[in-house]
Design a protein around this ligand. Structure first.
Ligand SMILES: [Zn+2]
Length: 75
């Protein structure tokens, strides 16, 4: 006799913990919203690193609600 083992902790959302974590980090400005590079400090708002900033258009930035990162990326 088996009981169905339902896991109440099961979450729906991004497929992998890595994706979930990067999404959180991008939202908090700890990582670039585009390429995912990490910064030495969180900005507190979504940002693009300078490389992605140069490649993006003003419309892209407005749509994504991102600003130019002011902290250095982690090497
Ligand atoms: Zn970037």
């Amino acid at each position: 006799m088996f009981e169905e083992n339902e896991d109440p902790e099961q979450e729906v959302g991004p497929d992998t913990p890595e994706e979930a974590s990067l999404a959180d980090d991008a939202a908090s400005g700890l990582a670039c919203s585009d390429c995912g590079v990490y910064f030495v400090e969180a900005h507190g708002y979504p940002v693009l690193c300078s490389a992605c900033w140069d490649l993006s258009t003003e419309a892209d930035r407005k749509e994504a609600g991102v600003q130019l990162a002011t902290h250095e990326p982690v090497e």
